[in-house]
Design a protein around this ligand. Structure first.
Ligand SMILES: [Zn+2]
Length: 295
């Protein structure tokens, strides 16, 4: 467990801190709270649903890796199942700023990685930037998702993004987090490439059709995968490496633990994620082994 997360516990109201500590310190805590756990925390802390989520942002923000800005953003996405998923911003030195992950993207991808097919609401400690408003407008629940900020009434995403541009404007009917799987044929003996391919099957890439996935192996052998999340406005797209890094960070692994990586993408696509993936991985280790397959 990161020391920042344990420190955040100390900054919560006492009753909440006491109730949350056994959950967070249970081995295998994965930065999510079940609906039942959340309801129990509400009961024990005597906080309202929104007030509890706002307090919990301190814990979410403790996962932030704000190498450049030192600005710690936390977000909590509640999936359609009622489970809550923590997320935080991630910045990377020695590469371009376009590789940055925003907290909202992290919380939403976290929910996606764990099988959610829609986000009911998102709680953030700062007003969502334009990039994140656009990212969220790609969701299956873009028309209904509510945004909760500290000291604000909840508002719909569409109130934060009037006259929005989204997938429908490009004739796309497949939204981010939809429960779909692409049929990709790929046979390999390389387990890491196979994991990357499995992630690619779940990717959201209706614009380029570059169904892509990344798998990262940590030094203890654990594997973290991520799938590509494209966006109608292109630039807010989240590359599969970033989703895998979110997966690893929210599991409590330092990114310096990566020892090997794999990328699978489509050979007939007009775009490629290879150069960006290599560049960002090299910030962790200039000699990072990267297996690659265009299928
Ligand atoms: Zn943002």
């Amino acid at each position: 467990m990161r020391t920042e997360v344990m420190d955040a516990l100390e900054h919560l109201p006492h009753t909440l801190s006491q109730a949350l500590k056994p959950i967070i310190t249970t081995p295998g805590f994965d930065a999510t709270l079940s609906k039942a756990e959340f309801e129990q925390l509400m009961k024990e802390s005597q906080l309202t649903d929104a007030a509890l989520r706002i307090e919990l942002l301190k814990v979410a923000a403790a996962y932030s890796i704000a190498t450049l800005s030192n600005f710690h953003v936390g977000a909590i996405a509640r999936g359609n199942s009622g489970r809550l998923y923590f997320g935080a911003n991630m910045e990377f030195s020695a590469t371009s700023m376009s590789q940055t992950v925003h907290a909202e993207q992290a919380a939403i991808s976290h929910a996606w990685l764990k099988g959610e097919t829609g986000i009911r609401d998102i709680t953030v400690n700062y007003s969502p930037c334009g990039h994140c408003r656009q990212f969220m407008n790609e969701l299956t629940t873009a028309k209904t998702i509510m945004v909760q900020l500290p000291e604000r009434s909840p508002k719909a995403l569409q109130d934060y993004l009037p006259e929005s541009f989204g997938p429908s404007d490009l004739g796309i009917t497949d939204f981010l987090l939809s429960d779909s799987s692409h049929e990709l044929t790929f046979e390999t003996d390389d387990a890491l490439l196979q994991e990357a391919c499995n992630a690619a099957r779940k990717s959201h890439a209706p614009y380029s059709k570059n169904y892509a996935g990344v798998a990262l192996k940590a030094k203890d052998g654990r594997v973290f995968s991520g799938m590509y999340a494209e966006n109608a406005a292109f630039n807010p797209s989240l590359p599969p490496l970033q989703v895998a890094l979110i997966h690893m960070n929210m599991t409590g692994y330092p990114l310096s633990d990566i020892v090997e990586a794999a990328l699978v993408e489509q050979k007939d696509s007009a775009i490629s994620l290879l150069a960006d993936t290599q560049n960002t991985l090299e910030t962790f280790n200039p000699d990072m082994p990267l297996s690659y397959a265009a299928i």
